[in-house]
Ligand binder design. Structure first.
Ligand SMILES: NC(=O)c1ccc[n+]([C@@H]2O[C@H](COP(=O)([O-])OP(=O)(O)OC[C@H]3O[C@@H](n4cnc5c(N)ncnc54)[C@H](OP(=O)(O)O)[C@@H]3O)[C@@H](O)[C@H]2O)c1
Length: 220
């Protein structure tokens, strides 16, 4: 498998946790936030293939970007960061919570294209994939659910290569990818859906979303 360079923008509970899993699986990881000095312990915990940097450093470094911000922070990213993200695979984890994010989240919850479409509009030119948004960060620390099955990670995207790279990273992280469909199908695992924050296995996700069993490896 290819060695992946992953830039993490937003290295909190979910970005930090996924970043540790990827770094321990051999990816090179740059964690970033507005306060990179606060990320040194996280980078140390992730091991020798990880370090901390600025948001622009992570955006430039990564072949793949894990974008893991409160939704309201996405439009506020610097123009230099948005420019750096153009043409890159951007795996977005964000969820719309009006009490935290305000009106943008209220609008996002009503968007017929789900959060995938919202993020694609906010980051024109980025190869947006939705993944890791529906799993609670503490569940990821185990990577298996109470049945002992790997936790399933629903994925949605329109860019085939970007979806394939996301599948690879989900597997590297010790999780089970489930391709749900194109970017608009991200709505099927947005906040409030039957698979959201359940730590369901891939099998359970396919059942709940009525996906074909063989849908796992096929990009949209
Ligand atoms: N918590 C979960 O279990 C979970 C699971 C799946 C998805 N999600 C979603 O994923 C996103 C992140 O959630 P979280 O719980 O990981 O949040 P969190 O713990 O609050 O972390 C957010 C991170 O974003 C950084 N940040 C905030 N505003 C920023 C900006 N304008 N530019 C750059 N960095 C910024 C913060 O660091 P600084 O303040 O230092 O910049 C922090 O590293 C949210 O949309 C959430 O709904 C969360």
């Amino acid at each position: 498998m290819t060695l992946r360079k992953v830039g993490i923008i937003g290295s909190g509970r979910i970005g930090g946790t996924v970043g540790i899993l990827l770094a321990k699986a051999g990816c090179e990881v740059v964690f970033s936030s507005r306060h990179p000095d606060n990320l040194k312990d996280l980078a140390k915990a992730a091991g020798p293939s990880a370090c901390a940097g600025t948001v622009d450093e992570a955006a430039s470094f990564g072949d793949v970007i894990l974008l893991s911000l409160p939704l309201k922070a996405v439009p506020e990213l610097d123009e230099s960061t948005k420019t750096a993200l153009q043409g890159k695979i951007v795996i977005d984890t964000s969820n719309p919570y009006p009490e935290r994010d305000g009106m943008i989240a209220e609008d996002a919850r009503k968007d017929p294209g789900g959060m995938g479409s919202v993020i694609a509009r906010l980051l024109p030119g980025a190869r947006v994939v939705r993944a890791f948004n529906s799993v609670y960060f503490e569940d990821l620390r185990r990577t298996t659910n109470r049945m002992g099955e790997k936790i399933g990670i629903p994925i949605a995207g329109d860019d085939r290569e970007a979806v394939d790279v996301t599948i690879e990273l989900v597997e590297k992280a010790g999780l089970d990818p489930v391709v749900v469909g194109g970017l608009k199908d991200s709505k099927r695992f947005d906040v409030g859906t039957a698979v959201y924050a359940t730590s369901a296995s891939a099998r359970e996700i396919r059942e709940k979303l009525r996906l074909k069993p063989e849908g796992k490896k096929k990009a949209a």
